[in-house]
Design a protein around this ligand. Sequence first.
Ligand SMILES: [Zn+2]
Ligand SMILES: [Zn+2]
Length: 202
Amino acid sequence: MIYDALTSRYTFSCPHRGEEQVALSSFRRLEQLPGPAHPTVFGISFDCGCGAEHPGLVSHDELDWAPLGLTEGRFLDLMTSRLVPIEDELSDLAARRIQAGQWPWSFFCYPEERPRPVFPSAFVLLAPAATGGALGVAVRCPVCSSVSINLVSAEHVDVPFHNDREIGVVEHVFGPDAERAVEEFAQELYSARFDARRLDLQ
Ligand SMILES: [Zn+2]
Ligand SMILES: [Zn+2]
């Protein structure tokens, strides 16, 4: 288990420090690895405290479910720090909030002109913005498959159910080609042409 629900941090190895604990907002690139692996594995790179960017591997469960306290048929009871069977999942706050229509993560899909619920596995790229401690995040829409770039707070990414009331949106339609989106993403991020949109899923 590389995700610690108590600190909301993932542990990866660092060639200089041995290991490093980073939040989701320190991820920089995420890519689903090809092949029949179960569970699905994502190759990621993260911005390490040593100043370099390193690769890491994260399973789909750890990416999307571990931050909600749900993993491998069991979930972590944060009150007692004990793993309990998934049958008790429905009493869990996260599950109840999702059933009530609240989403742990969301983004604004620019081509569709609407906010959409999403999971971290839909993130393609993250990059710190030049000013203000904001974070640019490229998200592949689970519905229309296009890539949109939002400018959000780190909490919007790191804290499940924390959705920024207002986010920045890059007014540009990116194709499903992630390679090209990477280059355009960096250019858009530093041009600071963000259009504030209200993100309201209710
Ligand atoms: Zn490092
Ligand atoms: Zn969409």
